[in-house]
Design a protein around this ligand. Structure first.
Ligand code: FES
Length: 68
């Protein structure tokens, strides 16, 4: 779904930015441009970013738990 109409950013693109290493809303903004024009998508963008980071971190922790 489109989150940011101004920059044409989808929720998938935000998750992809987190998978590629973004760990904060600011980093996602820098990577995608989401929320950098009118700002109306910021709340939704932050929520998706937070969920994606939590998901990414928990999968990273799982990797560490099995790697030892
Ligand atoms: Fe995202 Fe306008 S809708 S900056």
């Amino acid at each position: 779904m489109y989150v940011c109409i101004c920059k044409g950013v989808t929720d998938h693109r935000i998750r992809e930015a987190v998978e590629d290493g973004a760990r904060s809303w600011r980093e996602v903004q820098n990577e995608t441009g989401c929320g950098t024009q009118c700002g109306k998508c910021a709340c939704m963008g932050k929520t998706i970013t937070r969920d994606a980071v939590v998901s990414e971190m928990s999968s990273s922790s799982a990797d560490l738990a099995y790697a030892v």
